[in-house]
Design a protein around this ligand. Structure first.
Ligand code: FES
Length: 105
């Protein structure tokens, strides 16, 4: 199984590619945020891919609409929509980095 290294939390988890990254984070008790039940509405589950973006599934329509081209190009993904197929290194925003409605970082 691919390894997801969550650099800013000094944490590594094994990720099952058939599950979204959000579900893998929840299974492994990683400190991910999210308030819409994984429906690409809240944006709170966003993560930034630091290494290995080629190991990710392509952004789907809902993810593209929520994040927009600029954030996607900067490596941001919605963990509720994305799956990792290979090892990746990410930044997982803390509560202090997210505003109340998760609209900005
Ligand atoms: S959990 Fe709300 S956008 Fe991913």
């Amino acid at each position: 199984m691919p390894t997801v290294t969550i650099l800013n939390h000094n944490l590594e988890i094994s990720s099952q590619p058939t599950f979204s990254l959000l579900n893998n984070f929840l299974i492994n008790d990683a400190p991910i945020h999210g308030s819409c039940g994984g429906h690409a509405n809240c944006g709170c589950c966003r993560i930034r891919i630091l290494e290995g973006p080629e190991g990710m599934t392509k952004a789907n329509e809902r993810e593209m609409q929520k994040l927009g081209e600029k954030l996607l190009a900067a490596g941001w993904r919605l963990s509720c929509q994305a799956h990792s197929l290979r090892d990746i290194v990410i930044h997982m925003p803390t509560g202090n980095e997210l505003d109340r409605d998760c609209s900005k970082l």
